[in-house]
Design a protein around this ligand. Structure first.
Ligand code: DX5
Ligand code: ZN
Length: 220
């Protein structure tokens, strides 16, 4: 299993987003996590596909777009054209999840499905073999800098066990409250793509990315 750090630019300085993305890319972050919020699925509004397009030239790393929006099917094409490599939609935000996943794959993009902390794993059961990545929210979505929810390790382990039993090596991404102190623990539970916003961008972002890499590269 490959373990990677995915800095979330939600905690970056939006006034110099391109530079922030360049800095963490050059420090060796393989993924750039981009949080799209619509003010409905979650209260805040962040940015849309034009901003993704504008920062695309600043990095050749994987653009990992996390859509915290209602009915993301409406927006998939725009983000795909803007340069997204992975498009992740919330199961809770899609009336027709299967169709939206087909839409993403049809555009030649990697697809992910996300669930909120209280959403049961059973919501994923029938789409597990259709996705490249499953995102387990480890805080309630909408804000950076929240505390990791204590029951999440059990949920991560249960998902990894279920995937193993199906013979699937699907990536498990965790998002929310991840920091240098719990990165190895969530990885031990079975998560392999770790999103970190405040733990990367508060302070020296390049040094923080290198510190995460130091932990994760020892694991595999
Ligand atoms: C929250 C977002 C996260 C956020 C995580 O809804 O999906 O990606 O940036 O922030 P931290 O790492 O500070 O908890
Ligand atoms: Zn996110």
């Amino acid at each position: 299993m490959k373990y990677v750090i995915a800095p979330s630019v939600l905690s970056a300085d939006f006034a110099k987003l391109g530079e922030e993305v360049r800095t963490v890319s050059e420090a060796g972050a393989p993924y750039i996590h981009l949080d799209i919020m619509d003010g409905v699925f979650v209260p805040p509004i962040t940015f849309g596909s034009d901003v993704v397009k504008a920062i695309r030239p600043y990095s050749d790393k994987v653009f990992d777009v996390h859509l915290m929006v209602e009915e993301p099917g409406r927006l998939i094409e725009g983000f795909a054209e803007a340069g997204a490599d992975i498009l992740t939609v919330h199961a809770e935000g899609c009336r027709h999840l299967d169709r939206v996943l087909q839409q993403i794959r049809g555009l030649g993009k990697r697809c992910g499905v996300a669930i909120n902390p209280a959403t049961p794993l059973s919501a994923l059961e029938w789409v597990m073999d259709q996705v490249d990545m499953i995102l387990l929210m480890t805080v309630n979505p909408g804000y950076g800098g929240q505390k990791f929810i204590p029951y999440m390790p059990q949920k991560i382990r249960a998902l990894r066990e279920r995937l193993n039993s199906l013979g699937l090596e699907t990536d498990i991404q965790v998002d929310g409250g991840i920091h240098l102190g719990n990165a190895a623990d969530v990885a031990a539970c079975g998560a392999n793509i770790l999103v970190a916003g405040s733990a990367v961008f508060r302070g020296d972002s390049a040094a923080n990315v290198r510190a995460f890499r130091g932990i994760l590269e020892k694991l595999g």
